[in-house]
Design a protein around this ligand. Structure first.
Ligand code: LMR
Length: 326
């Protein structure tokens, strides 16, 4: 005897079989730093909240250490909807907006609190929307911290770095910053920096305490100046196409997950910045030195003149808002 299902029983069976077979959608989050960094901690927290709230529908797959792609490729991939999330440094969006260059201007922010005030203010918030027409939505800012200068030889004054090659993120502001002190800027992906330092292709670099420590740049850079001359923060971005595909309740849950994750990541960033600096200071053979106020003035006087060149490119109002954040 054959069993024939009709009407409601058939529909119920069909729905059950569809839901059993439906796999959660994999959402790709690509980044370039090590697991022991504020960015990975933030991404992991985001993943855990999204999956606890919507695990039947979404899973977040995190690719650290540039294992999938570098940041420039990730920005294109988010814009084109090939991946869903990334959190590149604000220095890397040149092809999409000139406004974010404000974060690269040397000595513009006195400390990370000033950066945060700017990011949370109306101008900083409006920058999150500055790439929407290109398919990229900023969900928020994440700190890494202020940048420090390091080199393979002792230095104190800007003139000590003359003729040395310094790795930079691919940013014309950073290019000018190093040219202003007579050094040679070399744009390079983050994943290539350690080897380039080891082979002496570059003799110096600028980065945060957490990146210098977690990527072991110090192994080839025993001289580190607490220069705090610029900021390396992230914009957490999502594909506009993906966000548009969500219903209202899903959107709210993603927003909640990201806000919580960023809060957590920012707390990690502050703690790691202190911890990793202390780790480096305690290392044998590593000389971390703090410039005097007068020495800082010399660095600032060499680098600050480039602000003027960017008033029209970035927008005077944006630079003013950043500067007045302290
Ligand atoms: C760099 O390229 O130095 C940074 O953007 C790496 C990072 O993501 O912190």
């Amino acid at each position: 005897m054959s069993l024939r299902l009709t009407g409601p029983a058939f529909i119920l069976l069909l729905m059950l079989s569809l839901s059993v077979g439906a796999n959660p959608q994999s959402l790709i989050f690509s980044h370039v730093v090590s697991p022991d960094t504020p960015k990975e901690k933030m991404a992991a927290m985001f993943k855990s909240i999204v999956e606890s709230k919507m695990g039947e529908k979404f899973t977040v797959v995190i690719h650290p250490n540039a294992e999938l792609m570098n940041d420039e490729e990730a920005i294109d991939a988010v814009s084109e909807g090939r991946i869903h999330f990334a959190a590149p440094s604000v220095s890397k969006f040149d092809a999409y907006t000139k406004k974010l260059k404000v974060f690269d201007l040397p000595f513009l922010f006195s400390d990370i609190d000033a950066v945060e005030r700017f990011q949370n203010g109306p101008v900083g918030q409006s920058l999150l929307e500055s790439m929407k027409s290109r398919g990229i939505v900023g969900l928020g800012y994440l700190h890494n911290g202020l940048k420090q200068l390091s080199a393979n030889k002792p230095f104190k004054l800007p003139s000590d770095l003359e003729g040395l090659s310094f790795r930079i993120m691919d940013s014309d502001v950073l290019d000018k910053q190093f040219r202003a002190i007579g050094a040679i800027p070399v744009p390079m992906a983050f994943s290539d920096v350690y080897d380039a330092l080891g082979s002496n292709r570059i003799q110096g670099q600028e980065n945060t305490w957490s990146n210098i420590f977690s990527k072991r740049f110090y192994e080839h850079q025993p001289y580190i100046m607490e220069s705090n001359h610029g900021v390396l923060d992230y914009m957490v971005i999502a594909s506009n196409g993906f966000l548009d595909s969500l219903d209202k309740s899903e959107k709210r849950k993603f927003e909640f997950a990201m806000n919580m994750a960023i809060r957590y990541g920012n707390a990690v960033a502050i703690a790691k910045s202190i911890n990793d600096r202390n780790e480096l200071r305690a290392m044998k053979g590593i000389k971390v030195f703090k410039p005097t106020g007068k020495e800082v003035d010399l660095w600032r006087d060499s680098m600050e003149p480039i602000w003027k060149e960017y008033e029209l490119i970035i927008g005077e109002d944006i630079i003013k808002a950043a500067y007045s954040s302290g």
